[in-house]
Write a protein that binds this ligand. Structure first.
Ligand code: NDP
Ligand code: MG
Length: 380
């Protein structure tokens, strides 16, 4: 039996993680979880799983739930996320919270020796060097949940790092795959949220439409697999059947395939190095699919992907700026305050005005993250 702390239980990844726990009650126990503001769903999960510890975003929700569930311990805010992450009875932290708020809890959980299953890519983008250093020092495994990284991780089982020629991340193209840049000027929030293949949270769906999601994933891959940016490629693959690939020195390419279903990589992170059946999974029928398509990425069409390579190669605080500017800009787009193409304009301005600081400390990263968000708001 593995015991789990889950950050972001009410989100898209969180709910699917709970599906996996529910499907395998003899294997997994949900010991602690955090939610943001979705208290109704939190109530359902508390009644069903009887966790020992739950964290919510606001203190008022914390008081309400305390009165309703006297047997569960409740906590709140950013300290609450850390308490859940380091909860003593948990073996694994599944980090499925949204944004760089996941950084502190991840670092603290690593210091406590927890196995980390990481969906929260913003944490790796904003401070990958700190996360990797802490994981190495504490001998803690970092298991990818993101489907592309899980695919690469699966393709690398039993392989030597030195044999890698390149990583090939596949990209669906997002909601506006078939539109030209000119056609993007007037797109609406609803159109941007309409992803052709995956059902995900709002922020990552917008990131997929701008292609920033793939940019963040390139940086995530750089940290998780220690492969230089020159050896990380992105390939447009509209069916989202091949989740990513590794090319080796001898020219062999190993790919991982499946229907677009995040429960598969979530479950693999929870069962690694083993596998469990996933009875409710949709199995892939390649004969029915018939054809798969691939296309080179257009960096002029998807400027955010270009920004991510530039920020990743610049290193230091540049990826922190990329991530913070993107989080701030996407939040403004989702509130209806800016147009779709302004997201990339704001990120570009934030990157071009930033003086990179090499090898930043946690305090520097937090400062740069805050300043970048303020800078983006000052441009509105
Ligand atoms: P969602 O927006 O669906 O869920 C986010 C979760 O985080 C919710 O539980 C939300 O709580 C909680 N949350 C948000 N902000 C805060 C905060 N400030 N403090 C505490 N809790 C907070 O996101 P996704 O599940 O789509 O994505 C989560 C992470 O996983 C992201 O980093 C994303 O990039 C990554 N990921 C997602 C994939 C997907 O398929 N969705 C695929 C690969 C990676 P509440 O709703 O209760 O307010
Ligand atoms: Mg992904």
């Amino acid at each position: 039996m593995k015991t789990i702390s889950l950050l972001g239980a009410t989100g898209s990844i969180g709910v699917q993680t709970i599906d996996i726990i529910r499907e395998h009650p003899e294997e997994f126990q949900l010991a602690a979880f955090s939610v943001g503001k979705n208290i109704d769903l939190a109530r359902k999960f508390i009644s069903e799983f009887k966790p020992l510890l739950v964290s919510v975003q606001d203190s008022s929700d914390c008081s309400t739930l305390k009165a309703e569930f006297p047997k569960t311990k409740f906590t709140f805010g950013s300290e609450g996320l850390i308490e859940v992450a380091v909860f003593e009875k948990s073996d694994i932290l599944v980090n499925a919270v949204l944004g760089s708020v996941g950084l502190h809890p991840t670092l603290q959980a690593i210091e406590c020796g927890k196995i980390i299953a990481i969906a929260n890519k913003e944490t790796l983008v904003t401070a990958g060097h700190l996360v990797l250093e802490a994981a190495k020092r504490n001998n803690v495994p970092l298991l990818p949940v993101d489907s592309e990284h899980s695919a690469i991780f699966q393709a690398l089982q039993g392989e030597m790092d030195k044999n890698i020629e390149r990583l090939i991340l596949t990209a669906s193209g997002g909601s506006f795959r078939d539109q030209t840049r000119a056609e993007l000027v007037d797109v609406t929030i609803e159109q941007a949220l309409n992803h052709p293949n995956w059902s995900m949270g709002a922020k990552i769906t917008i990131d997929s439409a701008t292609m920033m999601n793939k940019g963040l994933e390139v940086i995530e891959a750089y940290w998780l697999f220690g492969v230089p940016f020159e050896k990380i490629d992105v390939l447009l693959h509209k069916e989202s059947i091949i989740h990513s690939m590794v090319e080796f020195h001898d020219s062999s390419i190993i790919a991982q395939l499946g229907t677009p279903d995040m429960r598969v990589p979530i479950q693999y992170a929870l069962t690694y190095p083993d596998r469990l059946p996933l009875i409710s999974a949709n199995r892939l029928n390649l004969a029915q699919i018939g054809k798969l398509h691939f296309q080179e990425m257009d960096f002029k069409r998807f400027r955010c992907l270009d920004f991510a390579y530039i920020a990743g190669k610049a290193g230091g605080t540049m990826p922190t700026v990329l991530n913070a500017a993107n989080e701030a800009a996407v939040a403004e787009f989702l509130k209806g305050n800016i147009r779709f193409l302004q997201i990339e304009d704001l990120i570009e301005q934030a990157l071009s005005t930033h003086q990179v600081i090499a090898n930043p400390s946690l305090a520097t990263i937090e400062e740069v993250d805050k300043e970048t968000r303020q800078f983006v708001h000052s441009l509105l």
